[in-house]
Design a protein around this ligand. Structure first.
Ligand code: F6R
Length: 250
């Protein structure tokens, strides 16, 4: 696992995506939420000003709220269109069907779709304050596949800022499982701010455990954690990670 502590994580994240796309990546895994927003803004800028093209690249989202139509401003299908994919020349953008009557079948179908068009070349991830990735809440099986999950009150509370009230945050989601996420060739997690410092410390330096689903990155053959100093503030070995990154072989 590579831990990159920098003032502008979005630049490193955009470099990872741009290098993958220029190197022939055909599938990108996209996260929603606030963490990757600056990365998407930077990728849109590079597309407009530097000719970065996403032609020939398809995308898969990590998750979707159950019960929100894709026209709802907080549906993740709509969010990613508004914040990123409508502004670049990317191909198909796939997401779980949150409006189906049969969430179990929809989740299975989405997992099959990812297997069919995958492997995902780079999966962008954020991290919840409780250590979730995707919406794999604590106690999620480390080999889980795409499925319907119940959001914890903590996550609904964290996400209430996007809705008019806590009660409007859906209780259920369809999320790629930890096993599904780990099928990606490269996991790139971005986090900023002190509010993520505990979760980052547990994910990076704690035990590999379902109690902190993001700790699965320790097990993946190629995982990069890109964070600012505030998000790194509870890492015991922050100076060591900075040394390793500063002395990375060309
Ligand atoms: C969203 C997702 C979630 C978020 C996480 C952090 O697609 O999968 O894991 O990345 O909840 O959310 P923010 O970035 O809003 O703090």
């Amino acid at each position: 696992m590579e831990i990159v502590i920098v003032d502008h994580p979005e630049q490193v994240m955009a470099d990872i995506i741009a290098n993958a796309v220029r190197g022939g990546a055909s599938v990108l895994g996209l996260a929603t939420g606030s963490s990757p927003l600056r990365t998407y803004t930077e990728l849109i800028r590079r597309h407009r000003e530097e000719g970065l093209s996403f032609a020939g690249v398809d995308a898969v989202l990590l998750d979707e709220y159950v019960g929100l139509p894709t026209t709802h401003p907080e549906s993740y299908a709509r969010f990613i269109r508004d914040k990123f994919t409508d502004h670049v020349d990317i191909g198909e953008v796939n997401s779980p069907d949150g409006m189906t009557d049969d969430s179990i079948a929809a989740a299975d179908a989405y997992d099959d779709l990812i297997k069919g068009i995958g492997p995902v070349d780079v999966q962008i991830l954020g991290i919840g304050s409780n250590g979730h990735i995707g919406f794999n809440e604590p106690s999620s099986s480390l080999t889980s596949r795409t499925r319907i999950k119940t959001l914890t009150a903590e996550t609904r509370n964290d996400n209430a800022r996007f809705f008019d009230s806590f009660d409007e945050v859906p209780q259920h989601v369809i999320t790629q499982g930890l096993g599904t996420i780990c099928d990606a060739k490269h996991l790139a997690l971005v986090a900023t701010g002190e509010g993520k410092a505990d979760a980052i410390a547990r994910a990076v330096e704690g035990p590999l455990s379902a109690s902190c689903p993001a700790s699965i990155l320790q097990w993946h053959p190629r995982a990069t954690v890109v964070i600012d100093n505030a998000a790194a503030s509870k890492l015991k070995d922050a100076e060591y990670y900075k040394y390793v990154y500063a002395n990375k072989p060309r």
